[in-house]
Structure formats: structure tokens, C-alpha cells
Design a protein around this ligand. Structure first.
Ligand code: IPM
Ligand code: MG
Length: 352
């Protein structure tokens, strides 16, 4: 299948994990074409803008966007609208990727790497469905005059309804349990959220819906993560809970994500982790989160489930072989992991 991928190598470890991911991805999708897109720090260095017009224009030529990571300490003192993160938020808004899907699965061979007891995390397999283009991240008014600062948490009912449908559909394909996380004991926005989710639930009588306050959810995630299957929540709560869920697995270096909209624009696929400037340029980064993000792209944007499953099985095999980067307590280099993944993928393709 010939598709055009917009590739954002980004900052820090971004270029290294991109190179590693392409090595693996090319095995299962040799016909893909790639267009480099500048976003974040590298875009600021070249043009002064974290989301240059040229990048925006090139989005029209791509079928999906695969991104590594952006940002770095050298940009910390820039005004907010000039920072790398602002570029990412603008990209999400541009592609109208309102649904951010962040799976967190504890690989059996790595259960002992979690900071929690292995018996608590073993078997954890959950997905956070995070609303990504609304809520307090984008609500207006928003200001800071040095004495008083203001953000607005706002949701339209239609925004809640559409993310709820995504979550219910996903829950239907998994264990048919959905937990909606809010703070409706305090926030008006959360009351609207809860009411709208309950309304949508009438279309999914086969899915069991539960509700949890966000503070309790944060606690339950470390107390008994296996109780969760699909979690649906707002932008800010999802940002926090998805990092917490990621850490259950032992390393945030393993967690992929997909950001999708209604299907009319390219989806955006990126690791949950950041650009790790402390280890950049040393060949030490774990490329697995980006490889798994590529697998999500194959499955969700291109319906290439077979190829996606080959990448996922290769990851599982390589982890089980103990080829682990530093974040997983090993000494393997980025290259060791990508080469081992290529071997596994080639094997799977010959046996297919
Ligand atoms: C994430 C990140 C971003 C977010 C930042 C970099 C803007 O933390 O993707 O979770 O808050 O959404
Ligand atoms: Mg985050």
C-alpha cells in the first residue's frame, strides 16, 4: 500500500528514534513515502515559529503524521506562544485530532521493572481515551498579566459526546467496560461531561459504564490498575492520568499514542514520552514507543492490522529476549533494539 507519511523527527532523541523506527517500519511497509515536517524546537531554530506555515501547507500532502518528540530546555524561557509545545497543540488543533488514545500494557517480561509490586501491575492492559482539542488547554479567556492569570475550562456537549462515542466503540471491542473520569462533585464542566457520557451510553447497552472522580482514579490506578479497561476523560485529566498509567509499565519509553479525528484529516501518531534531552545524541534512547506508535498508525489510519500485529509481536519478542535500553534497566543501544526488531519482523514475514 503506498501512503505518504509526514515525519516529524523533532528534537532531543527524536531523530535517533525516528531513524530506528523507519528501519523497522520499512520492513512491513516498503512502499510508504515520507515527507519531513519541522515542528517544535527545530522549527523554532529555522523559522522562529514552532509550527511554521510550510509545515501546515505540507500537511495537505500526507495521509498520516508520525512524530518522535519535541522540546528542550533551551526553549524554556521563550514566551508561551513561541514554545515547542505550542507547536504541538497547534498541530493537534489543525488536524482536529480530538481523540487521543493512549494504551498502557504491562509486558509480562517487564512486570518487575514497575515501581509498583509486580503482582499489582502484572496483567494491566488499559487504554486512556483523552479528549485532546478542548477543555482547559484551549478555553478562552486565557491570560497572565503578571499579577493575575486565568485559564478557562470549557466543554461543549458536542465535544463530550463525540469523544464518548470513540471510547464506547473502543470498549465494545475490548472487555466492554468504560470508566469515565471527571470531577463532577466540584466542577460544572464535569457535570456536563458526566451527563453527556450517560446520554451516549444509551447507544451502547452492551458496555458497562462507571464513573470515577479524578482524584480517586489517580489513587485506584496505583492501587489496583487491573480494574481498568477503557478510561475516557478530559484533556487535562487525561494528560495526567496517561503519564501515571504509562509509568505502571516500568518505563514511559514503551508507550505509544494515536490522535485521531473524524477520519477526514490525517491522524497523528506519537510516543507519550518527551524528547529526553539528557540522553540525546548518544544512541541510548528506547525507540519502542515510536515503533508502537507506527503500529497504531498502520492499524488505525491504513487498516493494516496484520502489519501492525507483526510490529507489536516483534516488540514483545525483543523485550522478552532482554534486549533492553537503559530506561528498562538494560544496556542495549537504540541500534541494538532496532536491529533485533528487524530480525523479528523479517522472521515473521518469512513465516507468514
Ligand atoms: C502530552 C504532552 C503535551 C500535552 C505537552 C507537550 C503540550 O504532555 O502529549 O501529554 O500536555 O498534551
Ligand atoms: Mg503529557
Amino acid at each position: 500500500m503506498s501512503k505518504t507519511i509526514g515525519l516529524i523527527s523533532g528534537d532531543g532523541i527524536g531523530p535517533e528514534i525516528t531513524e530506528a523506527t523507519l528501519l523497522v517500519l520499512k520492513e512491513v511497509a516498503p512502499d510508504f513515502k515520507y515527507i519531513d515536517l519541522d515542528l517544535g524546537g527545530v522549527a523554532i531554530d529555522k523559522t522562529g515559529s514552532p509550527f511554521p506555515d510550510e509545515t501546515k501547507a505540507k500537511l495537505k500532502e500526507v495521509d498520516a503524521v508520525l512524530m518522535a518528540a519535541i522540546g528542550g530546555p533551551q526553549y524554556d524561557n521563550l514566551p508561551r506562544d513561541k514554545r515547542p509545545e505550542t507547536g504541538l497543540l497547534a498541530l493537534r488543533k489543525e488536524l482536529q485530532t480530538f481523540a487521543n488514545i493512549r494504551p498502557a500494557r504491562v509486558f509480562d517480561s517487564l512486570a518487575n521493572l514497575s515501581s509498583l509490586k509486580p503482582e499489582i501491575v502484572r496483567g494491566t492492559d488499559l487504554v486512556v481515551v483523552r479528549e485532546l482539542t478542548g477543555g482547559i488547554y484551549f478555553g478562552q479567556p486565557s491570560s497572565n498579566d503578571g499579577n493575575r492569570a486565568l485559564n478557562t475550562m470549557v466543554y461543549e456537549k458536542s465535544e463530550v459526546t463525540r469523544i464518548a462515542h470513540v471510547a464506547f466503540c473502543l470498549a465494545r471491542k475490548r472487555s466492554k467496560r468504560l470508566c469515565s473520569v471527571d470531577k463532577s462533585n466540584v466542577l460544572n464542566v464535569s457535570q456536563l461531561w458526566r451527563d453527556a457520557v450517560i446520554e451516549v451510553s444509551k447507544d451502547y447497552p452492551d458496555v458497562e459504564l462507571s464513573h470515577m472522580y479524578v482524584d480517586n482514579a489517580a489513587m485506584q490506578l496505583i492501587k489496583d490498575p487491573k480494574q481498568f479497561d477503557v478510561i475516557v476523560t478530559s484533556n487535562l485529566f487525561g494528560d495526567i492520568l496517561s503519564d501515571e498509567s504509562a509509568m505502571l509499565t516500568g518505563s514511559i519509553g514503551l508507550l505509544p499514542s494515536a490522535s485521531t479525528g473524524d477520519g477526514s484529516l490525517p491522524g497523528l501518531y506519537e510516543p507519550v514520552h518527551g524528547s529526553a534531552p539528557d540522553i540525546a545524541g548518544q544512541g541510548l534512547a528506547n525507540p519502542i514507543a515510536m515503533v508502537l506508535s507506527a503500529a497504531m498508525m498502520l492499524r488505525l489510519s491504513f487498516d493494516m492490522s496484520k502489519e501492525a500485529a507483526i510490529l507489536e509481536a516483534a516488540v514483545e519478542a525483543v523485550l522478552a529476549q532482554g534486549i533492553l535500553t537503559g530506561d528498562l534497566g538494560g544496556t542495549a543501544k537504540t541500534k541494538d533494539v532496532s536491529e533485533a526488531l528487524v530480525v523479528e519482523v523479517k522472521l515473521a514475514l518469512t513465516n507468514a
